[in-house]
Design a protein around this ligand. Sequence first.
Ligand code: PLP
Length: 449
Amino acid sequence: MVDSVLGTPIEEWTQEFPLLNDLMECKETTWFNTKLKPTSEALPDVGLTAKDIDGAADRLKRFAPLIKELFPATKVTEGIIESPLVAVPDQKDALGERYQQRIPGQLWAKLDSELPISGSIKARGGIYEVLKHAEDLAVEAGLLTYEDDYRKLATPEMKKFFGQYKIAVGSTGNLGLSIGIMSAALGFDASVHMSADARQWKKDKLRANGVHVFEYEDDYSVAVAAGRKESESDPNAYFVDDENSPTLFLGYAVAARRLAGQLKAYDVRVDEDNPLFVYLPCGVGGSPGGVAFGLKTVFGDNVHCIFPEPTHCPSMFVGVYTGKHNEVSVNDFGIDNVTAADGLACARPSRFVGKAMEHLLDGFYTIDDDELYRIEANLHDTSHIDIEPSSAAGFVGPWRVLDDMEYRNRLGLDDVKMAHATHIAWITGGSMVPRDEMASYIAKGESLL
Ligand SMILES: *Cc1c(COP(=O)(O)O)cnc(C)c1O
């Protein structure tokens, strides 16, 4: 049992923040953010702007011809790394039956599980940060201008140039995969520091790409600290700081305007009478935070961003709910951070995302590991979409929203609006999971159904 956190007795914490009782017992919990503000008021607090997202989108466009050449899977999108948006009405019906409540409105899935190159949402931010660093180095050395054809970066001379530089990162798996693969493709000397959660196949894949993989018996924060330390002493080393990177954040944010285009293509309307709910599985907070930031710049108050986390690792939930952000880790509250949702196993949230986004996020909820497996099996059966357990977390979101009348009344989300609502579960990873491992996830889910 925990006696005190940050010098304050636990009884005082639970008195001020009663949901901590359930969170500490790893019970499924939902909190709709009472600190939510109108977008126009809160957006300037983020410290980044829509213009910064424009800059990131432009950079990805400059790199597209090179990406297309290096990764043939991106040929069909002309080197733009993007994922499908699909409706999943059968999954909606199946879950409606399981939860004994049909949800009005539509349910869609954004399949970042299918993103080319690394098969997870990290193919957005992680790859973007490597590209930005490569561009910065090449421009500074006088080897590249912004008007050049970026395919010149794939020449043997440029590979040799990048080979003088190191890139390091700490990760639970997917970020390492994205950074490692992209860094190696450009010729960088890449190191990935993997936490105990990281799956063996991700380490094998990186080693096969010539990336140095360091393994730790410890959690994500320790792996990140090791990467940071490795880079500190070396002026030619660059550390991708997942706990504190505005660059990663902007890479993720670009997703929002692409999603807006997809919604438009399917004539899915988003306005005051047609609210959009987006459920973004959250680890350290960078990827869901970045996407949510982008969404708020596009849809303003008409989009509602909600972050699910595993019951055994509600780090950003605790950080935003208590206002203590990265000052507290879930371990401080006796929560063990042991979860099948390896992509979400970050005990301490980002240093900047919670603070930047605390007035723009509609809420947080936690979900049990067994339920992740069940949803994963459901999705396999109903929609033939295979994902990793972390990615299943978004699917229960619509039911949490529907049940919370305090939140709905506060935001004016009446039955008419909910009937016109669009819900998007962001599927954050999965297509590269080896077949036998995927089969065991699904079998486990089936056995629990
Ligand atoms: C990393 C990851 C997330 C969450 O991203 P954070 O930036 O850590 O919050 C969600 N799902 C999967 C599959 C991931 O790999």
